[in-house]
Design a protein around this ligand. Structure first.
Ligand code: IYR
Length: 225
């Protein structure tokens, strides 16, 4: 039974016929299979309201105790993008030169990545996702959040799907360590940068690595049916 303390409203649920359900599921899969991580971005402007809708969709994600422990820093300012690029490239140079073990470098070789991150300056928008480990409530008391990484990662997945659905390309960028993002963006130390979502149009003629997705039977085991 539901707790007596929960204040409830009637669920707004849209049911589809099985045929429509099947068609929608297939269409969505077809759409998502076309998503690719892009590294060559055009600097062409994209409409801000589209980004806002996608961020709002991201904010619909489920979260531990409904704490919604995420913050999205939306960056289009050229000077801030330049600062982020310089700081990220410093960390990445260290990563590719010293920090990454050989097996990690070998795993990355098919993707052709290196410490050069021009997209951090060229793409019209960077979205830095922060996971809020704690919140400071109205009384100034520190309150713990729950399943913070899981919650913020689900929201990020929805954001990537929403941007792709809107016809925009994305790149999930994870400079490491990422603490410099708190400093540049003035975010509190209670927030942990999770990743940078670079978004915009791909550069004309952009190329992507020829990599394959695992087949359904490689990612699913069936227990029943
Ligand atoms: N953060 C580095 C390295 C990197 C790591 C993984 I795992 C990737 O899938 C891609 C890159 C970078 O952004 O280059």
């Amino acid at each position: 039974m539901k707790s007596e303390t929960a204040n409830t409203i009637t669920l707004a649920f849209e049911e589809f016929s099985e045929a429509d359900m099947r068609a929608r599921a297939l269409d969505f899969n077809t759409l998502m299979q076309k998503r690719r991580t892009v590294r060559d971005f055009s600097s062409r402007a994209i409409p801000r309201d589209v980004i806002d809708s996608c961020l709002s969709a991201a904010g619909s994600a489920p979260s531990g105790a409904n704490r919604q422990p995420w913050h999205f820093a939306l960056i289009s300012d050229a000077a801030i993008k330049r600062q982020i690029r310089s700081a990220a490239e410093l960390e990445e140079e260290e990563f590719y030169r010293n920090r990454a073990p050989q097996d990690w470098l070998d795993a990355l070789a098919p993707l052709g990545t290196d410490s050069d991150k021009p997209f951090l300056e060229h793409a019209p928008y960077l979205i830095v996702v922060f996971a809020q480990k704690f919140i400071i409530d109205k009384q100034g008391k520190k309150q713990k959040n729950y399943y913070v990484t899981e919650s913020a990662s689900i929201a990020t997945g929805l954001l990537i799907a929403a941007l792709h659905n809107a016809g925009l390309a994305t790149l999930t960028h994870t400079p490491s360590p990422m603490k410099f993002l708190n400093k540049i963006l003035g975010r509190p130390s209670t927030e942990k940068p999770l990743m940078v979502i670079v978004t915009g149009y791909p550069e004309a003629g952009a190329r992507v690595p020829d990599i394959k997705r695992k087949a359904l039977d490689e990612i699913v085991s069936v227990h029943g049916d």
